[in-house]
Design a protein around this ligand. Structure first.
Ligand code: CMC
Length: 380
């Protein structure tokens, strides 16, 4: 049988693209695990740094290993002044995900070459990219706001330091904790579009900066990570809980997509959305009410009543934007936060891919013509 006789599976839905032991989803039961650990347990008991170690190594670190890893991250958070200069010269009207893509490529140009076949060099690059990605994002946020770059504080962890680099002020404990949990929840998610993009680029033996820059491009799209900023815009457009039914009828009549709902794998409520909803409640109690939250709850009820039987429920992007808005983060920086977390997943997949690599080269079903006649340009 040639590839031409095979049946096309649009979006490669359900087709395995790799063997992986990093994360696991049961889409019917709403279960997500990293290396066998349930996401709810990690969100409650772990933290982003420990989760990064777990994803890469396959097991939880000892205290000594975690302390060593944290120290390594602290040492790699700074980026060269030349990279800051490049980021500060990027167009201020550009999207922060485009700035991150450019920042990743720039950082790669100022970083040591990585022998992708050397496990210890891969591990070093993992730490470098996890540490520096928040700095790249914060550098663009500061530049866009017309404010000077804030150098990282080596005494703060990833989440607290990111908030510090955004504002220049040490964040309160709740804000840092909430962001840390969000990073844990977004760290990996099996063979999603950006991870697949990362693995495809990894399979060419490209460097990890190119792997991440490509994955950032894939994550930016509204059907993937870009949905989180659109969820907030959608809730603001709806305006209030009372306006939900009429808005939903209109979108359904136009066969539009409701942002923050539906998933290729989950056919029930995304477990990350459940945990994020709890976080929204905690933030609301401590930092005051969130007008968009009431609209969100009404929208969830209405969408599930209408489309739940089709397996359409809230996904991770539905509540994350509400959390970030409450932390004072600009809407178009929501997806870069997703990327800050997902660098750990992308590069863990890169590492796995390099253990048993074969370049991705799928087939196609040709639908064009043959034996076309070349007509000279003046006779066409
Ligand atoms: N609103 C309305 N209808 C939907 C939605 C939605 N959000 N999602 C799926 N459907 C319908 C779709 O119209 C189709 O109906 P029918 O069978 O009658 O044509 C059916 O459900 C199957 O949808 P699909 O688009 O073929 O499903 P997919 O697996 O190809 O796409 C998805 C999955 C996430 C791209 C899609 O659900 C979607 O576009 N959701 C909105 C964007 C979004 O929230 N993305 C974030 C995804 S989760 C986090 C991440 O990956 O970053």
């Amino acid at each position: 049988m040639t590839v031409q006789d095979k049946e096309l599976v649009p979006g490669l839905a359900g087709i395995p693209a790799a063997e992986s032991s990093i994360s696991y989803i049961d889409g019917q039961a709403g279960i997500l695990e990293y290396r066998g650990h349930r996401i709810e347990t990690l969100a409650e008991k772990s933290n982003f740094e420990e989760t990064c170690w777990l994803l890469w190594h396959g097991e939880l670190p000892t205290r000594k290993q975690l302390d060593g890893f944290r120290a390594r991250l602290a040492g790699y958070r700074g980026i060269p002044q030349e990279a800051v200069d490049v980021i500060e010269r990027l167009p201020k009207g550009g999207h922060p995900m485009a700035a991150l893509q450019a920042g990743m490529a720039t950082l790669g140009m100022y970083s040591p070459n990585v022998d992708v076949h050397d496990q210890s060099q891969r591990e070093d690059a993992y730490a470098r990219l996890i540490a520096a990605t928040p700095t790249l994002v914060a550098a663009f946020a500061r530049a866009r706001a017309g404010k000077p770059f804030v150098a990282p504080d080596p005494d703060l962890d990833t989440a607290a330091n990111f908030l510090y680099m955004l504002t220049g002020e040490t964040p309160d404990e709740l804000a840092a904790h909430v962001l840390d949990v969000c990073l844990v929840l977004h760290a990996d998610h099996t063979m999603n579009a950006s991870t697949f993009a990362a693995r495809v680029v990894a399979s060419t033996e490209a460097d990890p900066y190119s792997v991440c820059a490509s994955a950032v491009g894939a994550l930016k799209g509204p059907l993937h990570g870009g949905a989180n900023e659109r969820v907030l815009q959608q809730l603001e457009t709806i305006g209030s809980a009372d306006a939900v039914p009429a808005w939903l009828d209109k979108v359904s009549a136009e066969k539009g997509k409701i942002m923050g709902f539906g998933h290729r794998v989950y056919k029930t409520k995304d477990p990350r959305a459940k945990r994020l909803q709890t976080l929204v409640r905690e933030v609301r109690e401590k930092l005051g009410s969130t007008p968009v939250y009431d609209t969100a709850l009404a929208l969830e009820d209405a969408v599930v009543a209408k489309l739940g039987a089709k397996g359409i429920h809230p996904n991770v992007d539905f509540f994350s934007g509400i959390v970030y808005e409450k932390l004072g983060i600009p809407t178009d920086f929501f997806t870069p936060i997703f990327a800050i977390a997902r660098v750990s997943g992308w590069l863990s997949h890169w590492n796995e891919q390099m253990h048993d690599n074969r370049i991705f080269r799928p087939g196609q079903i040709f639908t064009g013509s043959h034996d076309a006649v070349y007509v000279p340009i003046d006779e066409r």
